[in-house]
Design a protein around this ligand. Structure first.
Ligand code: DX5
Ligand code: ZN
Length: 218
């Protein structure tokens, strides 16, 4: 099975020290950096755009796992690709042309992901499975960190894992992941765990190391 990947969401970090936070969390044992991009339109919150990603890029070689919570997304794919994202994930609900968005991401040489909100059924990925490198199952309604995982999405993740079969597609979960539910997520086939508050609580690199180890252990 695929190796477990831990992707801290910098949404829960100190934005005034973002470069250092990214370095610290990777030094503390994280695998990817999860970048939550919000537009105040697709989701009721605003974070940052491609220029922030670009300024973080020289700080680490770690995979930048970029979660675009923006609509429309197509006009911004090129900018995020050029800013140094390695994985670009768009929402299935963000527009009518998911297949086109995924093709656009791959045409920039990046890995293409699709994210599903908690109410979105797994069928939306059925005809794009061969255009995908990652499926991101939202376990909270996107927009804010620090929410509680919605248990019903674990059954959806299990079904998506069956749909993926032996394709080389990562299955990621995002929202409310802690050391107490990371094991349940892994049990249904999830291999990539996003965690914001559970990683950044404590506010320093020693705390991050302890927090990441606890999630990995679970
Ligand atoms: C939610 C974001 C998540 C979130 C995770 O809209 O996509 O990445 O920040 O944060 P926690 O782990 O605190 O739920
Ligand atoms: Zn996210």
């Amino acid at each position: 099975s695929r190796p477990i990947t831990i992707a801290p969401s910098i949404l829960a970090s100190d934005f005034s020290r973002l470069g250092q936070e990214v370095c610290d969390v990777i030094d503390a044992g994280a695998d990817w950096v999860h970048l939550d991009v919000m537009d105040g339109h697709f989701v009721p919150n605003i974070t940052f755009g491609p220029d922030v990603v670009k300024s973080l890029r020289p700080h680490t070689d770690a995979v930048f796992d970029c979660h675009l919570m923006i609509a429309p997304c197509d006009p911004y794919i090129e900018a995020f690709a050029k800013a140094g994202c390695d994985i670009i994930t768009v929402h299935a609900e963000a527009g009518p042309h998911l297949h086109r968005s995924l093709q656009a991401i791959r045409s920039m040489g990046k890995k293409a992901g699709v994210s599903l909100n908690p109410a979105t059924p797994e069928e939306v990925i059925e005809y794009v499975l061969d255009e995908l490198d990652l499926v991101l199952v939202m376990s909270v309604n996107p927009g804010f960190g620090g929410q509680k995982l919605i248990p019903a999405v674990l059954e959806k993740a299990r079904r998506i894992n069956d749909m993926i079969g032996d394709r080389p597609i990562d299955l990621e979960i995002d929202g409310g992941i802690t050391k107490d539910n990371a094991g349940d997520a892994a049990k249904v086939g999830i291999n990539a765990l996003v965690a914001g508050s559970a990683v950044f609580k404590g506010g320093n690199i020693d705390a991050y190391r302890t927090n990441i180890a606890a999630i990995r252990e679970a």
